[in-house]
Design a protein around this ligand. Structure first.
Ligand code: SF4
Ligand code: SF4
Length: 287
């Protein structure tokens, strides 16, 4: 199944204009994807209600919501979460790595258009399983998805793609609140919950920040130096400071320079020009 999902995503990457910088040089936004699968009954998903908040949905809640607007019935014992990573292409990472106050124009376009492509992957996979008579839902494009903005620690939502990726063994979190995969931290990611029991991948990471050099070995910290908002310290990522920087500077930059009217969530300077940008810096030293 993993191979099939990879083929579907790679085919979209070849054919869809959404995977290209159509307003710039037309080059591709993403490199080849990574795909993995978690059990929908992994106890981690229940733990996330404590770690993130009670509003965070379990895969079963996601699929039960989907069942309400479908002719299909939920089959108990058959639940998987298919997760993917879309690594930003090297030319996009390299352009942003040269910047130190505002992101590159390429990053602005790749971030916004790249998420449209990610949504295309989500909806394509939903349709792929629906055609087979299998309930499927990509939680972040489902009607129930909500952004939660009134928490003291900053915004979150009813489904965290990165937490789903962790359950599927695709990498770990990092001191800058990113997610470091085998193809690095500069990426977008997604997931779809399917009402089918699929072979799952063994989770190799024991430490939830095991791929981050600072969290694992107390070295590196380059993302702290790169952050123009001083939002990353040894204590972690200050989402409120990060968002304030985005709101203050990025809106004008994207509107005036890139011709885009949507704000990306992140300038990405802490994800480029750093050792983890396109690889797992702990790959030979897993914790
Ligand atoms: S730049 Fe270094 S400290 Fe920051 S997330 Fe990457 S590995 Fe961790
Ligand atoms: S996205 Fe930008 S502002 Fe936010 S933590 Fe990273 S470097 Fe700092």
């Amino acid at each position: 199944m993993i191979k099939k999902i990879q083929e579907i995503i790679e085919s979209l990457q070849e054919t869809s204009e959404l995977n290209r910088l159509v307003d710039l040089d037309g080059r591709k936004i993403y490199d080849e994807p990574l795909v993995s699968i978690a059990s929908g009954y992994d106890p981690l998903f229940q733990d996330y209600k404590n770690i993130i908040g009670d509003f965070h949905l379990t895969p079963e809640e996601v699929i039960r919501n989907t069942e309400k607007r479908s002719n299909l019935k939920y089959l108990e014992g058959e639940l998987s979460v298919i997760c993917w990573v879309l690594p930003f292409a090297k030319h996009i990472i390299a352009a942003n790595a040269k910047k130190d106050v505002l992101p590159s124009i390429k990053w602005g376009h790749a971030y916004i258009n790249g998420e449209k492509f990610n949504n295309l992957v989500r909806s394509t996979l939903e349709k792929y399983f629906a055609k087979k008579g299998i309930l499927a839902s990509a939680p972040v494009i489902a009607a129930e998805w909500r952004r939660i903005t009134d928490l003291p620690g900053g915004h979150t939502s009813t489904w965290s793609e990165r937490h789903a990726l962790f359950a599927a063994g695709l990498g770990t979190f990092s001191i800058n609140d990113g997610f470091i995969t085998e193809k690095g931290i500069a990426m977008r990611c997604g997931s779809v919950v399917v009402n089918k029991k699929l072979p799952i991948e063994e989770r190799k990471h024991k430490n939830y920040m095991g791929n981050c050099l600072f969290a694992s070995k107390g070295i590196c910290g380059m993302c702290m130096e790169r952050c123009p908002a001083y939002a990353i310290t040894a204590k972690g990522h200050d989402k409120v400071k990060c968002k304030a920087y985005r709101d203050r500077l990025l809106g004008d930059f994207l509107h005036d320079t890139c011709g885009l009217d949507i704000l990306p969530n992140y300038c990405g300077l802490c994800q480029t020009g750093v050792p983890c940008e396109s690889t797992n810096p702990m790959k030979n030293d897993r914790t």
